[in-house]
Design a protein. Structure first.
Length: 331
C-alpha cells in the first residue's frame, strides 16, 4: 500500500488507517475478541495507523488496543489518540476542557491504558471555545518536547483555527469527516492542510455505511444512539439518501468495484495529505477499503461517480443540534 506522511515532518504511515471508535458499542454491541480480529486484519492488510480516543467507550477502545499490543508487540502500529472532552459520570453531559492540567492528565491516562510511553499523534478532540487555540498549541508543543507525543492535531476545527495554531507550532493533523457524502472540508480545510503540510485524517469515509453495499437498515439505525439521532438517518432524509446511494452502488458495480472500495478510491484522489480512517468491524469490508486505497479512481471514473453523487446530494444535516456542539462550522 502507498504510504503518506503524517504531518509536515512526521512518520510515514499506510495511506489508509483505521478508526477504533468501532471497538466500543457506539454502532452496536461488540466484543474484545472481535476487535482484536480487526486489529490482526489491519496488520495482515498493511494498515499501521490506528486512531482512538480516551472517550471512545470511556477508555474501552484504548484498553482493548493496549491488551492487543501487550501480546502482539507495542511497535506494530503508529497510534493517535485524543482528549479534551469531559463527560459527567451521572448525566453523560459533555463539556470541553483544553487546560494544560486536563490535557496532561488525560494523555498520561491514555498512555497507561495503551501500555506505551508515547504516541505518534495526540489530538485535541474538541476545542474549548473560550480558550485561545494558540495557548492550547503551546501546551501541546510541550508534550512534543518532553517526548510523550510525536506531534499534535485538532479534530473538527475550521481552517482559520488551523492557521492560528500552526503559527505557534507545526500541526501534524486535522481530523474531519470527509467523504462523498460530506464535502465541507473542500471549503478551505483541504487547501489549508495542503499548504501547511498538515495531514487531513478523514473519518467516516464511507458515509457511516451509506456508501457501502450493505447500508444501514432501519433496525441497525434504531440500535445506534448516534445514528437514530442523526438527521441523515431520520425519515424522510434516510429514505432519500438510500435511494441516491443506490445510484452510486450501480456505478460502483459497473466499475467492477464494491461501493466501499469506490468511496475510498475517490477519497484517495483528494490529495496526498488525505488519510482516510474507516472504522468497519468486518475484516472483509476492511479489505474492500484497502482495495480502494490501492487503486484510486481515474479522472473518468471520478466524473461518473460525481454525476450520481454531486456536491450537496445528501439530505439532512450531518449532525443534529446536540451533535454539533463542539465541531467548528466554517464556510
Amino acid at each position: 500500500m502507498e504510504r503518506r506522511r503524517l504531518g509536515p515532518d512526521g512518520p510515514m504511515v499506510s495511506a489508509l488507517g483505521y478508526g477504533a471508535m468501532s471497538f466500543t458499542d457506539f454502532y452496536g454491541p461488540t466484543t474484545e475478541e472481535e476487535s482484536h480480529a480487526v486489529l490482526r486484519a489491519c496488520l495482515d492488510l498493511g494498515i499501521d495507523h490506528l486512531d482512538t480516543s480516551n472517550v471512545y467507550g470511556m477508555g474501552r477502545s484504548e484498553t482493548v488496543i493496549g491488551r492487543f499490543l501487550a501480546t502482539e508487540g507495542r511497535d506494530r502500529f503508529t497510534i493517535a489518540t485524543k482528549a479534551g472532552i469531559r463527560r459527567d459520570p451521572e448525566t453523560g453531559a459533555r463539556s470541553f476542557d483544553n487546560s494544560p492540567g486536563h490535557l496532561e492528565a488525560a494523555l498520561d491516562a491514555s498512555l497507561g491504558r495503551l501500555g506505551v510511553d508515547h504516541v505518534a499523534l495526540f489530538y485535541v478532540h474538541r476545542r474549548e471555545a473560550d480558550r485561545p487555540i494558540e495557548e492550547v498549541a503551546e501546551t501541546l508543543a510541550g508534550f512534543v518536547r518532553d517526548g510523550r507525543i510525536g506531534g499534535f492535531g485538532f479534530s473538527e476545527i475550521a481552517p482559520s483555527s488551523l492557521r492560528r495554531a500552526a503559527a505557534v507550532h507545526p500541526v501534524a493533523a486535522v481530523q474531519s469527516e470527509y467523504s462523498l457524502a460530506t464535502r465541507a472540508p473542500e471549503l478551505g480545510l483541504v487547501q489549508a492542510c495542503a499548504e501547511l503540510g498538515t495531514s487531513l485524517v478523514a473519518f467516516s469515509p464511507v458515509g457511516r455505511a451509506l456508501l457501502t453495499d450493505t447500508p444501514p437498515t432501519p433496525e441497525r439505525v434504531a440500535e445506534s444512539a448516534f445514528l437514530k439521532a442523526n438527521p441523515r438517518f431520520q425519515s424522510p432524509h434516510f429514505e432519500a439518501n438510500l435511494r441516491l446511494a443506490d445510484g452510486f452502488r450501480a456505478v460502483a458495480l459497473r466499475l467492477g468495484r464494491s461501493a466501499a472500495e469506490t468511496a475510498i478510491a475517490w477519497l484517495m484522489t483528494r490529495g496526498p495529505h488525505v488519510i482516510p480512517i474507516p472504522g468497519t468491524r468486518s475484516p472483509a469490508h476492511l479489505a474492500e477499503c484497502v482495495a480502494g486505497a490501492e487503486s484510486p479512481l481515474t479522472a473518468e471514473e471520478i466524473a461518473e461517480v460525481e454525476a450520481v453523487l454531486p456536491v450537496g446530494w445528501a439530505h439532512g444535516d450531518r449532525y443534529s443540534e446536540a451533535q454539533w456542539k463542539g465541531p467548528e462550522r466554517f464556510s
